[in-house]
Write a protein that binds this ligand. Structure first.
Ligand SMILES: Nc1ncnc2c1ncn2[C@@H]1O[C@H](COP(=O)(O)OP(=O)(O)OP(=O)(O)O)[C@@H](O)[C@H]1O
Length: 291
């Protein structure tokens, strides 16, 4: 394990922001720390980065402090510096940065063209990528990224997630997010934090197996409200919730759903586009664990 904490606790006055957290991050992994607002993600990353002190418990890093790089959730740069100057400054703080590395990471972050423009004119997505470039330039062994993609639009998120995916195998990455899809896509290990407690950590497969209740995804052209009301009255239906244009119907067993779903839909006036089993997703488990 490149990062291990033991019974880590952080109190702000009477409030426990972290409560007995045993985090274990394997070397080389991309670890997603996910949890709702206020769960303690920033506090935990801050302690790992050495920026906050724990109230009790311990942190063990199997990596020298100068091989750890941290990206705060809203990186701030002097607006008059160009992208290249920001990354060059970061390079000077790293123990030894190979020649040409500044241009290499700027290109990797998709900022080659913009590198001589001032950071004050960058978009949010560009600033986040500039922060990543500055974090990556010293070739750290461990990157701690606080919500690197959460505030971005879908295109910006995609760029940042792609950049993180490319770090796999080159460094260990711990990043926090409250966007489950990002974690599901980018991480090979997941920790779920709520109210300062680590409710689960392990691989996505370990998380999903045997936890999420089986469910069926219904796509309806119209009549969704009536169908949902009818479904809620069935004893084999455990939950009905809208997800975009679809209804996600939690069921006791798939057998019952297969035998009885068509009958309920026929009874309603819904126009059916498709009915299909839905693979357990992180969101189901997350809702199960955190609600
Ligand atoms: N410096 C502080 N003083 C007092 N309370 C704090 C401080 N920092 C965090 N907290 C509290 O500790 C809890 C955890 O906060 P933290 O910022 O670590 O959560 P988070 O999971 O990062 O949340 P978010 O997703 O909103 O950033 C919250 O209840 C927060 O109000």
């Amino acid at each position: 394990m490149i990062v291990e904490t033991s019974a880590l606790t952080k109190r702000y006055a009477a409030h426990a922001a972290l409560d007995g957290v045993d985090l274990a991050v394997p070397a080389g992994s991309v670890y997603g720390l996910v949890g709702p607002n206020g769960a303690g993600k920033t506090t935990l990353l801050g302690i790992l980065a050495g920026l906050r002190r724990p109230t009790s418990g311990s942190v063990r890093l199997e990596v020298a402090r100068d091989r750890v790089a941290t990206l705060p959730d809203t990186p701030q740069f002097d607006p008059w510096l160009t992208g290249r100057e920001v990354v060059s400054l970061a390079a000077r703080l790293a123990p030894s940065t190979p020649a040409g590395k500044v241009d290499e990471v700027l290109a990797e972050a998709g900022l080659a063209e913009a590198s001589d423009r001032r950071a004050g004119g960058y978009s949010r997505g560009m600033l986040q990528r500039l922060g990543l470039a500055a974090t990556m330039v010293g070739e750290p062994s461990l990157l701690l990224l606080d919500e690197p993609a959460s505030a971005l639009d879908p295109a910006g998120r995609r760029e940042v997630l792609d950049l993180i995916a490319r770090l796999r195998g080159r460094a260990t990455v711990v990043f926090s997010s409250h966007i489950l899809a990002d974690v599901q896509e980018a991480c090979d290990r997941i920790g779920i934090l709520r109210d300062g407690r680590l409710l689960f950590q392990g691989s996505l497969d370990q998380l999903l197996v045997g936890r999420a209740t089986p469910s069926v995804e219904l796509r309806l052209r119209s009549g969704g409200d009536q169908a949902a009301a009818l479904l809620r009255r069935q004893d084999w239906v455990t939950s009905v919730r809208p997800a975009g244009a679809a209804l996600i119907v939690g069921v006791r067993t798939m057998d019952e759903a297969e035998a009885r779903m068509a009958g309920v839909l026929a009874e309603s006036s819904a126009r059916v586009i498709s009915v299909g089993p839905r693979e357990a997703e992180l969101e189901d488990v997350f809702l199960e664990l955190t609600s």
